[in-house]
Design a binder for this molecule. Structure first.
Ligand SMILES: Cc1cc2nc3c(=O)[nH]c(=O)nc-3n(C[C@H](O)[C@H](O)[C@H](O)COP(=O)(O)O)c2cc1C
Length: 185
């Protein structure tokens, strides 16, 4: 037996993307975004309402994208519930920002994997924007590498569970991509 939920849409997993920007005074800011995905080898798409972050994006045209982890749940959730307009969220949360090497945007020591991105397009749909960004560099803390590769088991990224309004950790390996299905071919 199946149950219908009308138009309710669940796409899973939704990432918990942290967008880092500078404002006109060089104050770093972070916001939480779950409506995000990778659409090409080096391109990402994020659906945004109007925020301090979108003002900063228009101003600088550059940003960072980091991923919330099991170790940073409380702070990452906070960055999604207070606006950086008039508040230094980074100081309040006790996070540490340094300038990213390749873009005019902040990088945060607490997040182990960060994409440094340029704005390709901010398509305005009156309520907000569909942001297309292009990665110019990815930097990773060595603590989450295994044999030189990013190890999500060490990184412990979290996903946004939109069915239950929870954060869940991602990590367990259950199969080999492009391989396990071959036995049925
Ligand atoms: C779990 C979660 C997911 C969110 N996803 C989005 C999103 O995809 N797009 C968006 O515009 N806002 C999203 N938000 C809301 C923003 O993060 C929030 O409005 C934030 O305060 C904006 O910060 P700023 O004004 O400093 O830029 C999300 C918040 C949470 C807690």
């Amino acid at each position: 037996m199946r149950k219908d939920f009308d138009k309710k849409t669940i796409i899973t997993p939704l990432p918990v993307v942290m967008i880092g920007t500078y404002d006109e005074n060089g104050v770093p800011n972070l916001m939480n975004a779950a409506w995000a995905g990778q659409v090409d080898a080096h391109q990402i798409l994020i659906s945004l309402s109007k925020h301090k972050t979108t003002e900063n994006l228009k101003l600088k045209g550059e940003f960072t994208v980091s991923f919330a982890t099991a170790d940073t749940v409380k702070e990452s959730d906070y960055f999604g519930m207070e606006s950086g307009r008039g508040v230094n969220k980074i100081e309040k949360a006790g996070f540490h920002a340094v300038k990213a090497e390749h873009v005019d945007a902040p990088l945060f020591e607490e997040y182990p994997l960060t994409l440094e991105c340029r704005v390709v397009e901010m398509a305005d749909d009156s309520d907000g924007y569909l942001l297309t960004g292009e990665t110019v560099n990815m930097s990773v803390d060595e603590s989450i590498l295994t044999d030189g590769k990013v190890d999500l088991g060490k990184m412990k990224p979290i996903m946004f569970d939109s069915a239950m309004n929870k954060y869940r950790v991602i990590g367990e390996i259950v199969g080999d991509a492009f391989k396990d299905g071959l036995t049925l071919k």
